[in-house]
Every structure is written in structure tokens, then in C-alpha cells.
Design a binder for this molecule. Structure first.
Ligand code: IVH
Length: 703
């Protein structure tokens, strides 16, 4: 065949190239947890190699990345041979709803079902984007935790996995517990000799953001995505570092099982795992046939951004175990399961330029101007680069190919560059010395990371941001006052300060000025005036938050409002008094003190109140409920038998007590529930009193 001979050398060369590249990237990804390219780019290379090998089977080599599940044991961890291999699942390449139908059709064909046979029941789950882990429980006790590795042999990461609070160190046995006996540490006879639970270790998005925020504040390397941060933590040789990353876990399957009656369906099996105390995601459902699968896919696509963690798709599993056994496996993948993916949350694109954005506090943020790219469900053309130091560390320069990430409601960011030859010299990016908006000097605190415009409210950018923050939904909630309108109002000189919103816009002249603005019809002008009017009745917490005082977020604002009751008392509070507020530390106290020490800030508050902003006052003495726990500090740990943690906290606080996050010598009581962890050990070490929920209830006044 002339074509085959002609294309053979080309195909062979390309296959070898692809293999080398894939080996390199797999090592970066799996072993070093530091990928250089986006997953989608890796997948494209992988698929290209797969199709070459399919067309030219003679080119297939035993060491081709397509022939094994990749991952190497890091020196330092003990290898663990899995009693039952850890498989992977096939990915349905069609990301539209048709993918669901294709899977159902395949399953029906493989089972030899007639077209009119009833629909198949499927268990639908989320495809968590983390790291697969095998938890081995022996006689109900967590004996070992291992990574997947190459599927046959993984790494012993038991110490690190033990730091994950939601993974029970001992299984619960609800079936054997006496009804109504809320025994915390039920140590009754274990139910099964061996139960291996498989699932995904992951980092929630908020935990990931907080982790990167901390890394950034220390000038340390940030993590590309929650999955890499989680994988890094699990495979961290020092368990103390692993413990600082708040990992989470979801169970989705079984490994080796001895002495446990496995339920007949996958869904019932997951229910049983949940009853044993293992975290199982609630976002799962059994459905019937292709239509049910497609509906689940669509529903979760709509929910994806609102989930607190990353998923890269959904997983469909034939629910019945008998059917699963009938279907069996192809190489390392079960025929009864498939992953149906969503569009990637990371993509590669070109960095066309770097702009500077000036924020509410004057912070200068480098913003990437990108060749538009579809990522995380929308087209992105701007993404944050955070600060100049991070930008340098990532080595990003204009003209580079970069990886952009957009997950959930988090603003899109450039997480790294794709190594490659630069064509010609590109200078390193420098922060401007003058604010690009107002021309004021740009300053950087000694040793600090952020550059700031020193213009304060002289700077139009800062004024605009302050107005937008003030109008925000969680602040004064002024409907219709968005960024476009604020731009117009400030640029036209209609308003300059926060009180101007109420004093200038609400007047007849203001209304006329509003209506004269571009796109601002008279009706929307009237709507805005009505929204302004409505916003005047608010709460002290919202008002404090709306002022945009540095380090005063929503929660702190609520704490301050509750503590002081009246704004005058807060404005006149000294540092010592501010520090009495729960969760207010020196940084927040100083920021509040500085803010209210400035006459112009006090004036803004006066003017806003004079313009008619009101909130119900309470002076702290209104709450006459008994405070038997005043002066006592509690730490909660583990799962309490009847009270949710938030409820326990609220009741302790209502009784005048404080609830702290960590145990110290000052702690009065540690309240321990099921699966209490290191806090309990710490309490014992320090000789702090440990009580259970029933005892706590005796201390609380009856509600
Ligand atoms: S089931 C025999 N279910 O996706 C099937 N896997 O290749 C074994 N994953 O790395 C896997 N969410 O860690 C299954 N709900 C889910 C999953 C899931 C995420 C991961 C798994 C593995 C990969 C499958």
C-alpha cells in the first residue's frame, strides 16, 4: 500500500515525538505536581498519539503513555501494592448531551438488550477533580491510605490522610448502635474485617483561594489549581505541612472487601458508606436510560459554577452490581462506567498585553489582556496576574502562551506560562511609578507586595470602586448602580463622594442630569432614585461594611455592629476596646482606629446620616437573656450527636461564651464529638477540660 509506506516514517516520527512530550508532561503533572500545559492541551496530544497508534498498530510500544496509568512513587513514600487494582474510567469524548446517549447505547448493545427492553438504571455522580485515594479499614479502623500510583502500586500516605478531618479514623456502625443512644465513641464490635473505600481527595475552592492568598502574602509560590494543591499536600513528606491545607474527601467506590455484604446496587452501596460515617457527595442520583443521564448532565452543568469545589464532569455507572459483573472490563477500564466531561476550566491562549487596574484601596493589579479564549463556560479576554512579584515568579511576558483558569465565580487568572521559544526580546514588566488613572505617585510599603496609588479619593479609579462597593448587594444594595453608570457619573462630574449619591442625584437637578446621561432614560433615572431611597433604611452592619474600611469584611462588620450597637460608640472606641470584639485582631483594630481618626471619614458618616440613612439602634443592653457562660471560651471538635456545629456555636455565644478555633491554655472547655481529632489530643496535653454534648447542654440555659 503506497500510502501506508509513504506515511509510515512520518507517523513513526510523530508518535515518538508525542510519546516523549507526553512522558515529560506526565512527569510534571503526576510526580512533580507542577504541570506546564493545560489539561486540554495534554488531552489533545494524548488523543493524537492514540489515533496514530490506532491507524498504525505496529507503532505501538509497550512503554507508550497510552498503555498505562501514569504516576511514579516519589522517593520517601513506601510503595503499597493494591489488593484490587485501582482502575480508571473511560472518558466520553462528546461533551454534549449526545455523549450520554452513546454510553447508554453501548451498554445496551454489550448486554445484548432488545431495543424494546426496559431502560437501564444508572447511578450518576460528579467527577471530582482531585486525587484518587484508597482507604483501607481493618476491623473498622483506618489502617492505611494509599494513592493510586500506576493502578497496581501506589504510595503509603496514611499520615497525611489522617490530617483530613472528614475522613473517619474509625467507622461508625449505626446498625449496631442502640436506637436513641447518642454514644459519641461507639466502640462496639467492628462489622467487617476489611473494607477498602475509594474516593477523591480534593480542596474546596474557598480553601484553595485562602491557601494561595496566604502563599501570595508570604511571597511564596502559588498553586495552579485546587487539584495540584491537594495532590501536593497528600504527597507532602511532612504531615505537618499537609495538615495546613484543609483537604476534603468524597467516597465513590470500593476496593478489597472481606466480611461485608456489599449491597446489590452502587447507589445503595454509597448510602451504606455514608451511614458508616464516610463523606459521600449529596449531588448524586439514580436515573433511567439515556434521557435520565442527559438530564443529569444538563442539570449539573448549570450547577457547576455554584459548587464549592471543582468538577470536570459527571460519571455514569450502571447501578446494578449483577449487570456490572456481566459487563466486565476492557483492559483497565470497567465497561459499566464512563466519565462525561464539561468544557475545561483551564485553557491556553496568547498574552497580548498587560494593563494596570486600580482598585478601591488604590492597589495596582496587573491585568492580562488575552486573545479571547473559551474557558470555564465563557469567553475570557482579561485575567488577573495578581501582583508584579507573582508575575515575575511565573515568568510571564507579553507575547507568551499562557494558561488561563476560570472556575466557579472566581475571577479568571493567569496561572502560568507555557514554555516555548520567545521570538525576540521582550522586556520584563515593570509597575508604573505614577498611577495610570490620576498620576499620583505609586508607593509600596517596605517589604510589602502590593503597589498602591497614593491619590486616595483624589483618584477617580478609587472613588469609582468605593462607590461600587458601597452600592453592592451585600452593602447598601442600591439596585441598578453598576460599573458603567458609576463610570459615567464620576467621569461627568455628577458625583464625587458617597454622600453625593443621596444629596446630588435625588434632587430635581440630579434627576435631570441622570436622564441626560448616555443610555439613561428618564424611567431608569427614576428607578435609580427610588433604589437610592430604598437603600436608606439599612442595618448598621451593612452600613459599616459599605464604608469599605480596609480589612473590614462582612463578618467583621456584623461582629462590630453586634458588639457596639451604636456607631458613635464604635467611632470613639480606643484600640483596647476594639480588640475586645470577637475575631478582631491588631490589624483590623488599627485599620478601624485609623479610619475613624480621620476627620473627613467622620464627616462622610455624618453626611450620609444627614442624607437620611437609618438603621435600628440597639445599645447592647437590649439583650437581657442570661449569660451564664460569660468569660468562658469553648472549642468544638468532632461531630456532636444532635447539635450542628453552627447551632452549638450560636447557643454558646447567646449564653455569653466565646467559641474559638484552636485549643490553648486559655480554653475553658473542649466539646468533643465523634471523630474528634487533634484538638482533643491538644486539650489532654494542656489539661483542658473535655466535655461531651450532654454536659454542654447542662451548661446552657434552656432556649
Ligand atoms: S469511579 C472503576 N467515580 O476520575 C471506576 N472516579 O479515571 C473507578 N473520579 O482518577 C473510578 N470522580 O479518581 C469514579 N465519582 C467518581 C469520580 C472518579 C472523580 C476520578 C478518579 C480517577 C478518575 C477516573
Amino acid at each position: 500500500m503506497p500510502t501506508a509506506t509513504a506515511s509510515e516514517p512520518v507517523a513513526a516520527r510523530r508518535a515518538a515525538e508525542l510519546r516523549a512530550e507526553l512522558h515529560h508532561h506526565a512527569h510534571r503533572y503526576y510526580t512533580l505536581d507542577a504541570p506546564e500545559i493545560a489539561d486540554a492541551a495534554y488531552d489533545a496530544l494524548f488523543q493524537e498519539l492514540q489515533s496514530i497508534e490506532a491507524a498504525h498498530p505496529e507503532l505501538l510500544t509497550a512503554d507508550s503513555p497510552t498503555q498505562r496509568i501514569i504516576g511514579q512513587v516519589l522517593a520517601g513514600f513506601t510503595p503499597v501494592r493494591h489488593a484490587v487494582p485501582m482502575l480508571s474510567i473511560r472518558t466520553e469524548t462528546d461533551t454534549t448531551a449526545h455523549g450520554a446517549a452513546a454510553f447508554d447505547a453501548r451498554v445496551r448493545r454489550e448486554l445484548g438488550l432488545a431495543p424494546d427492553a426496559p431502560p437501564i438504571a444508572y447511578a450518576c455522580e460528579l467527577k471530582f477533580d482531585g486525587l484518587a485515594i484508597n482507604l483501607r479499614y481493618e476491623h473498622g479502623v483506618l489502617a492505611q491510605a494509599a494513592t493510586r500510583g500506576d493502578g497496581e502500586t501506589g504510595e503509603d500516605v496514611t499520615q497525611n490522610i489522617r490530617t483530613i478531618g472528614s475522613i473517619p479514623l474509625r467507622l461508625r456502625q449505626p446498625a449496631q448502635a442502640e436506637p436513641g443512644s447518642a454514644n459519641l465513641l461507639s466502640l462496639s464490635k467492628p462489622a467487617c474485617a476489611v473494607l477498602e473505600v475509594r474516593g477523591e481527595v480534593y480542596l474546596r475552592r474557598d480553601d484553595f483561594e485562602a491557601l494561595n492568598e496566604r502563599q501570595r502574602a508570604c511571597g511564596d509560590k502559588t498553586f495552579v489549581n485546587p487539584r495540584n494543591a491537594a495532590a501536593g499536600a497528600v504527597r507532602q513528606l511532612d504531615p505537618a505541612i499537609a495538615a495546613q491545607r484543609p483537604l476534603s474527601f468524597f467516597a465513590y467506590g470500593l476496593g478489597d472487601v472481606q466480611g461485608w455484604a456489599v449491597p446489590d446496587t452502587h447507589s445503595a452501596m454509597l448510602d451504606s458508606l455514608a451511614a458508616l460515617g464516610l463523606p459521600v457527595c449529596v449531588e448524586r442520583r439514580t436515573v433511567l436510560g439515556a434521557a435520565g443521564l442527559a438530564e443529569f448532565h444538563t442539570e449539573i452543568a448549570a450547577l457547576r459554577n455554584a459548587l464549592p469545589f471543582d468538577i470536570d464532569g459527571v460519571v455514569y455507572k450502571v447501578d446494578g452490581r449483577a449487570l456490572q459483573q456481566q459487563l466486565g472490563f476492557v483492559t483497565r477500564e470497567p465497561r459499566w462506567a464512563v466519565a462525561h466531561k464539561y468544557p475545561a476550566q483551564e485553557q491556553q491562549t496568547l498574552l497580548n498585553g498587560i494593563d494596570i487596574q486600580v482598585g478601591r484601596t488604590g492597589k495596582l493589579t496587573p491585568v492580562a489582556k488575552l486573545a479571547p479564549v473559551f474557558v470555564g463556560g465563557t469567553t475570557v479576554s482579561n485575567a488577573t496576574l495578581h501582583n508584579v512579584f507573582e508575575l515575575r515568579r511565573k515568568g510571564v511576558r507579553v507575547g507568551d502562551s499562557v494558561i488561563v483558569r476560570r472556575a466557579g465565580d472566581v475571577i479568571p487568572e493567569v496561572v502560568g506560562r507555557v514554555p516555548g521559544a520567545r521570538t525576540g526580546y521582550v522586556p520584563n514588566f515593570r509597575m508604573p511609578r505614577q498611577c495610570p488613572v490620576c498620576g499620583s505617585t505609586v508607593v509600596r510599603e517596605k517589604g510589602g507586595i502590593d503597589h498602591r496609588c497614593s491619590g486616595g479619593l483624589f483618584c477617580a479609579a478609587q472613588r469609582k470602586q468605593a462607590l461600587l462597593h458601597f452600592a453592592g448587594r451585600r452593602a447598601m444594595d442600591i439596585e441598578g448602580l453598576g460599573d458603567k453608570l458609576v463610570d459615567q457619573l464620576v467621569d461627568s462630574g455628577a458625583i464625587a463622594t458617597l454622600p453625593d449619591l443621596y444629596t446630588k442625584l435625588a434632587s430635581d437637578a440630579g434627576r435631570a442630569a441622570l436622564a441626560a446621561l448616555d443610555r439613561m432614560a428618564e424611567k431608569s433615572a427614576a428607578n435609580l432614585v427610588a433604589a437610592l431611597d430604598k437603600s436608606k433604611t439599612t442595618t448598621l452592619a451593612r452600613f459599616l461594611y459599605a464604608l469599605g474600611i480596609r480589612h473590614v469584611g462582612e463578618t467583621t462588620a456584623k461582629d462590630l455592629a453586634k458588639h457596639f450597637g451604636a456607631i458613635e460608640r464604635l467611632m470613639d472606641a480606643g484600640l483596647a476596646q476594639l480588640l475586645e470584639v470577637s475575631d478582631v485582631g491588631p490589624v483590623v483594630a488599627q485599620s478601624l482606629h485609623t479610619f475613624f481618626a480621620q476627620p473627613h471619614n467622620r464627616e462622610v458618616v455624618e453626611q450620609l446620616r444627614a442624607a437620611g440613612i437609618v438603621w435600628p439602634e440597639h445599645d447592647g443592653s437590649a439583650d437581657r437573656s442570661p449569660k451564664p457562660l460569660a468569660g468562658q471560651t469553648f472549642v468544638l471538635t468532632g461531630t456532636l450527636p444532635t447539635l450542628a456545629r453552627e447551632d452549638a456555636k450560636a447557643r454558646i455565644e447567646a449564653a455569653g461564651g466565646k467559641v474559638a478555633g484552636s485549643v490553648s491554655k486559655k480554653t475553658s472547655f473542649v466539646v468533643a464529638g465523634d471523630e474528634a481529632g487533634s484538638k482533643l489530643d491538644k486539650a489532654r496535653e494542656l489539661g483542658v477540660a473535655v466535655i461531651d454534648e450532654p454536659t454542654l447542654l447542662t451548661l446552657l440555659p434552656t432556649p
